[in-house]
Every structure is written in structure tokens, then in C-alpha cells.
Design a protein around this ligand. Sequence first.
Ligand code: C2E
Ligand code: MG
Ligand code: MG
Ligand code: MG
Length: 288
Amino acid sequence: AAKEHGRGRFEVFVPSLGARNRRASQVEAALREAIERGEMSLEWQPQVEVRAWKVASAEALLRWNHPELGAVEPSEFIPVAERCGLIADIGNWAMARACTEAQAALPGLAISVNVSPVQLMQEGFVEHVQQALRQSGLPPSRLEIEITESVFMDDPSAALSHLHALKALGVRIALDDFGTGYSAFQYLRRFPFDTLKIDRAFVRELMTHHDARAIVRTIVQLATTLGMHTIAEGVEEPVQLEVLNHAGCQSIQGYLIARPMPLLRLLPFLEGWAGISRPEPGELPETM
Ligand code: C2E
Ligand code: MG
Ligand code: MG
Ligand code: MG
């Protein structure tokens, strides 16, 4: 069909439905063997407390490197894993691995591990977390799980009972990507969140949209009133750090601090951290 339009005509390549389905089944087939073949690993991204300028925690992010498909991003393979019933195996692997790495090599650091809503709802999920803690020896207070707002949509009461069971173990709960999905204020009160993570979308808009600043200030005030810790994700610029700090946001995470990295690079990073001072924003734009 593209040929009929004649030469020199530019067309954007959009993969057909067939091509997309083929890719999805390739990914699914490969995913079934990924853990056994040792293709999964974790990277860690530091989280910094702004006032103390201290790395207090790190988020574990799943990485998959397949010999033919190459590096497949979590945003592609996690949804596939959720659809084809592999999310429990993959999620349990990530949880166990994160607890083991943290207890073995990251003394004193708290960790966060992402948990898909599908995984959270699964029977035996809480027992798996308990097992990961026991086998690694990681104190529950050093573990936080991150879940997104989509958890409210399916079956809030089932999610709630698993979250309360985790809280009873002493595990912390964070609400990830806040503001992008189904945010209802009543869920903030009903669910036992310890931490609220402000989505990267708001942080990005801090540079260009005045109302983004007002929104971020309001989110931080609300979270603080409800007794939650606030952290902003996707912080890339010193000026974003400054605005967030001014708004009362306690912690930040993003390329400004560091990209996610394997454990073996996180260790020297943490050792060198004492020598890194807080970046100066330069002249703050007057619109602040
Ligand atoms: P998330 O939990 O919101 O993680 C943040 C994502 O933003 C990560 O992408 C991280 O690499 C990226 N990021 C961090 N700082 C910056 C920044 O300053 N700028 C920009 N542009 N990006 C930044 P990643 O690693 O590709 O993960 C994407 C999503 O996949 C995660 O979003 C999370 O929802 C999911 N995911 C990752 N690992 C796991 C896991 O072990 N289990 C589950 N269920 N989901 C996971
Ligand atoms: Mg996360
Ligand atoms: Mg997030
Ligand atoms: Mg996000």
C-alpha cells in the first residue's frame, strides 16, 4: 500500500496488529524460560532525603536480557507477564532477589520493590514476602513495596486485606506514580500507605507549567497531613529539586542523583556519596 503513494512520500511505520501479536507471543514464550535461564537481574536506583542529603534507600528495578530479543523493558514484559500468568513467578523472584542483595550488601539501606496489582491479589503473596524476608534475614522494616493506583480498580477490599497483612509484618507500603491514574482521596485515607510517590509527569511539568507547582504543593500538603512520607520520581534538574524541597517534599529519586545501576556499581556509588554536594539551582525562575 505504501508503494501506491509514490516515491518520496514519508510514512510513519506503525506495526500491524499481526506484527504486534507476533512480538507479544515471542516475548511470552521467551519469558516462560527467563528465570530458569538466569536472564533476569535487578538494578538499583538511589533515593535521597533532601534535607539531610543522604541516600536512605534504593528502588529495585527488574531487568531482562534475552539472547535474541536483547534488553526488553519492564514496561513491555510486565504487562505480558500479568496477562499470561507469569507475574507471580517473576515478581516472587524479584522480591527474593532484592531482599537477598540488600541484606548481603547494603547494610542500613532501606529498599523498595515494585509489586504488580495482579501479583498483590494472588493467594500466597503475603507468605512469599514473609519467606523472602526470612530466607534473606532482611528486617521487615527495611522493606517497602510500591503499588500503583490501579490496585483500587479491581477489588479494593481484597487488596486492602493483603496490604494490612503486610503492614502487620512490619513492611512499609508506597503508592507509586501518584496522580496518573485512579486517584480518589478516600483511598488515601482507607489504605495504609506510608509513602506517596509523586509521578514523574508532575516533576517534568514543574519546568514549564505554573499549575504543576501548585498541584505538587497540594499533593505534598495532603500527604503530610495524612502522615505520609513524600518522594518525587524522575527528578532530572537542580531546579526541580529546589521547587520540590520548597514544596516540602522530603525525598527525591531520578537521573539528577543517578540512573538505576547493578549492585556492583551501587556499592562504590554509596561510598563516594559523602563527597557529592547538593547541586545549586542557579537563578530560580521568577515565576516560582
Ligand atoms: P516505576 O516503579 O515508576 O519506576 C520508575 C521508572 O522510571 C524506572 O523505569 C526508572 O528507570 C525510570 N526513571 C528513574 N528516574 C528517572 C528520570 O530521572 N528520568 C526518566 N526519564 N526516567 C527515570 P523502568 O526501570 O523501565 O521501569 C518501568 C516500570 O516497570 C516501573 O515504573 C515499574 O512500574 C515496573 N517495574 C520495574 N521493575 C519491576 C518489578 O520488579 N516488578 C513489577 N511488578 N514492576 C516493575
Ligand atoms: Mg516504582
Ligand atoms: Mg513510579
Ligand atoms: Mg512512574
